[in-house]
Write a protein that binds this ligand. Structure first.
Ligand SMILES: [Zn+2]
Length: 362
């Protein structure tokens, strides 16, 4: 069981809430929010570590003394992170992880600045972070703390905090929570505690219909922080490692990809998209001439569409579009070359009416 005492908590960076141009009904909103931060399945998430002393956070203490919190980690720390990526991948998911020593090509950029807390951006939010900045940090020694690493990687894959699941039905002793987190080792402001614990995630931001107190995305809590359910008055300690539901959810969002199911897309030929919300269609496209192509979805639906070039069996991202919550369709325009092979992934968030939906390249 994860220890409740002297527990360090993960402190998520704040991102703006999604805004919608036009009124979006609750069912459609729910579908969009569940999927919004998830990656298109099959994405290779490259990760990197910061190695040089030129990467650090400058700190000034109360007396005006300046120091540096270096982002680089030890070999043992880096190995612990590699092992945690391998643990997620061992469940045969469609996402791929690969280490790169070039942080400019990494989507997940990992620092080990001690004292800055452990945190990660959630899923696709990492796209918007400048390449010279971290998207994940480990603020304490995680060499024998695999659960913290699995938790932060869970955020990087797009999973939110489970203890903020409104379906959890947790009633907090809010003042006890604020004062526990204000003390060592976290020293959180009330705002940080509210953002990471008390605040209920919108009902639709969490996956699933039930609460999983053993989820890797759930914090442990000490005694007298939870008023109800009463069984957790003495504290709540999630079991070590990934829970059964963590595994079933990651496999639902990121099932193993079978390239034999890929559909060949032909120019000017519409391909019907017959998948359920949350699922993904994968298409291959081999242009017969080199020119600009427009790839567009048709029909009333919300999708995220990603175009990649296949190089040495690896999908290299070229372009993406996300039309969720908008009255338009996903569209990508790119120059594509004869002799090259491309893959188009379309994840369906929501279908707003029953008519046909399809995709075409022209
Ligand atoms: Zn967290």
């Amino acid at each position: 069981m994860r220890d409740q005492k002297e527990i360090h908590y993960c402190n998520l960076p704040k991102m703006p809430e999604p805004a919608f141009d036009s009124p979006v009904g609750p069912m459609r909103m729910e579908a969009i929010i569940i999927m919004a931060k998830k990656w298109v399945n099959g994405t290779k998430l490259k990760y990197s570590f910061f190695e040089r002393d030129s990467f650090f956070t400058p700190v000034t203490d109360a007396s005006g003394n300046q120091s540096k919190l270096f982002w680089k980690g030890t070999n043992d720390e880096k190995e612990a992170v590699r092992n945690a990526f391998a643990t997620w991948k061992s469940h045969e998911i469609g996402l791929e992880f690969e280490e790169t020593d070039d942080h400019l090509e990494a989507l997940i950029r990992i620092g080990f600045a001690k004292g800055e807390g452990s945190w990660s951006y959630v899923g696709r939010d990492a796209w918007d972070i400048p390449k010279e900045e971290r998207t994940m940090n480990f603020g304490w020694d995680i060499v024998s703390d695999e659960d913290t690493i699995l938790h932060e990687i869970g955020h990087a894959m797009g999973f939110p905090h489970e203890h903020q699941n409104p379906k959890a039905g947790i009633v907090w002793d809010e003042e006890a929570v604020y004062s526990a987190l204000a003390a060592a080792p976290n020293f959180w402001s009330r705002e940080q505690t509210f953002h990471n614990i008390i605040r209920k995630i919108s009902p639709d931001d969490v996956q699933g219909s039930s609460w999983d107190p053993n989820s890797i995305m759930h914090y442990p809590f000490g005694a007298n922080m939870i008023i109800a359910p009463p069984k957790y008055k003495d504290g709540l300690s999630p079991e070590d490692g990934l829970s059964n539901r963590d595994i079933s959810w990651v496999k639902q969002f990121y099932p193993k990809i079978d390239k034999r199911t890929f559909v060949a897309l032909k120019p000017f030929h519409s391909e019907i998209i017959s998948i359920n919300a949350g699922n993904q269609i994968n298409l291959e496209f081999s242009p017969e001439e080199s020119r600009y192509y427009t790839i567009r979805t048709f029909g009333n639906m919300d999708t995220v569409m990603v175009l990649s070039e296949v190089v040495n069996d690896e999908n290299i991202y070229l372009s993406g579009d996300d039309d969720s919550g908008e009255d338009r369709n996903s569209v990508i325009k790119e120059k594509l070359l004869k002799g090259k092979k491309y893959v188009i992934n379309i994840r369906l968030y929501y279908k707003t009416s029953a008519g046909d939906t399809c995709v075409m390249a022209y």
